[in-house]
Design a binder for this molecule. Structure first.
Ligand code: NDP
Ligand code: 8X3
Length: 258
């Protein structure tokens, strides 16, 4: 049964990787998707591509940095002007910067990760959740990570942001008890996207090395899980869906061909 058809879904970080795959899958299932991220050219290209698929509702596009609260106010007014009530919020925008010990870490990297992964997710939820509560319907889906369940060497601050996402998923659930609004996270392990290129600031060789000799998840695997969670019946609330590629059984246990 398709319970996603006809719903309005806002996806943050829709210009790459998991966000883009979620946007494509939700559109394929008949949702009206609102694509957001910072890179306008990529948003426009994705919207055109999705709009060209048979049966898809043409996506809407809004350039948005989840760290910018004033821009989020503008986004909410823009949705309002179009009479769009958000049924689904996919809080996907996020990133890692660097891989350093705390004693050698960069304040700028920490700010960027905390501002995007934690405060950005909160900014979006704070803006959209009240409307869901008012309508007594809606689903907030956060992209967590296995990094929110286990800390790995030099993962410190990135892991802390994903532990925060786990806490916020649980905390928001507690806050909306008694309503029909649902809050879930999908928490993937190793997935090959632009994530490591961003983490290592464009060092493609180092990024490739993260996945070399493994069979990582791909963005579409995670989009499948996101759609599964969003498509569950209204009386079901998945709290956390933790998933890893078969080659990985914990952040420390990864089968890699030499
Ligand atoms: P990508 O780098 O491929 O995509 C990240 C997306 O986030 C881009 O679309 C980027 O768009 C967007 N983004 C980054 N900063 C901002 C911002 N300030 N405002 C709005 N959008 C932003 O990475 P993934 O697809 O892999 O990552 C998506 C999510 O999944 C993240 O939360 C990540 O932590 C999580 N995750 C990833 C895993 C992996 O191994 N790849 C595993 C577990 C979780 P733009 O630059 O255009 O703004
Ligand atoms: C991304 C997964 O384990 O590479 O959240 O940090 S990991």
């Amino acid at each position: 049964m398709n319970r996603i058809r006809g719903k309005t879904a806002v996806v943050t970080g829709a210009t790459a990787g998991i966000g883009e795959a979620c946007a494509r899958s939700l559109a394929e299932m008949g949702a009206r998707v609102v694509l957001t991220a910072r890179r306008s050219d990529r948003l426009a290209a994705l919207a055109a591509d999705i709009a060209g698929k048979t049966g898809a509702i043409p996506p809407l596009v809004h350039t948005l940095d989840v760290r910018d609260r004033a821009a989020i106010d503008g986004f909410m007014a823009w949705l309002d002007d179009r009479d769009l009530a958000v049924d689904i919020l996919v809080n996907n925008a996020g990133l890692a910067r660097g891989l350093d010990t705390v004693q050698e870490g960069s304040h700028d990297d920490w700010d960027e990760m905390i501002d995007t992964n934690v405060k950005g997710l909160l900014n979006m939820t704070r803006a959209i959740l009240p409307g869901m509560i008012e309508r007594d319907s809606g689903h907030v889906l956060n992209l967590g990570s296995i990094a929110g369940h286990w800390v790995y060497p030099k993962g410190n601050v990135y892991c802390a942001t994903k532990y925060a996402v786990r806490a916020l998923t649980e905390g928001t659930n507690v806050d909306v008890v008694g309503t029909n609004v649902r809050v879930s996270s999908v928490d993937p392990g190793l997935a090959e996207t632009e994530f490591s290129v961003v983490r290592f600031r464009g060092d493609e060789d180092r990024a490739l090395g993260v996945y070399e000799g493994t069979a990582p998840l791909v963005a579409e695997d995670i989009a499948d899980a996101v759609c599964y969670v969003l498509n569950t019946p209204p009386h079901v609330n998945v709290l956390h869906l933790v998933m890893m590629p078969t080659v990985q059984r914990s952040p420390y246990v990864l089968a890699r061909e030499s």
